[in-house]
Design a binder for this molecule. Sequence first.
Ligand SMILES: C[S@@+](CC[C@H](N)C(=O)[O-])C[C@H]1O[C@@H](n2cnc3c(N)ncnc32)[C@H](O)[C@@H]1O
Length: 202
Amino acid sequence: MDWSRFYEWQVGRELRATFLAGLEALHDRPPGFAIDLGCGDGLETRELIRLGWRVLAIDSDPGVDERVRAVVGADTVAAAGADGAPALEVWQRDFADIRELPDADFVYAGFSLPFCEPSRFPYLWADIRESLRPGAVFAGELFGPDDAWFGRTGMNFHSVSGVEAMLDGLEVVQLIEDNQDGRSFEGPKHWHVFHIVARAEG
Ligand SMILES: C[S@@+](CC[C@H](N)C(=O)[O-])C[C@H]1O[C@@H](n2cnc3c(N)ncnc32)[C@H](O)[C@@H]1O
């Protein structure tokens, strides 16, 4: 998929609502280490760093490193986090090639997990679950079977019971099911989306 049209379409966008809901669920936790899976234009990565988080931004798009560093800003990228580690690390990597994720306090995946190769998705989800430190938060989107893109090659979709099963053992802070007509960067589209915020025990 060529995401350049998507990035152009998204110029001037606001921070995603599910991201903000994830941050809200973390309000009593100091800024720590976050992973932005499918970081796209890097706006949520930038906001996390502005708030004092260290961030690992991951995306398969070939331009991700240059794009995210430009959005975050050279001075900010150069600045070290509270523990002396760099504020930003970028992996240009396909979800299918991820074998392990570092332990994290916040894993955010905005409208990106559905684009993981279906046969690899269970492994990616297991990596996400394992990366969550006690009390850490996952926030992100999954797509359901009513979505207009259902059946597209290389994408994964989940029923509500499938999503609930994936969240088993986590505290579900938010599970919003959105099943309605809207628009995408390709034009009018029916969306079937689960907006998820969930917290690991501990
Ligand atoms: C719909 S965009 C969302 C980007 C951003 N999170 C946002 O909310 O605007 C999906 C992003 O996931 C990335 N992506 C798609 N398939 C991927 C894959 N298999 N592995 C890693 N990243 C992928 C794309 O490059 C794109 O930046």
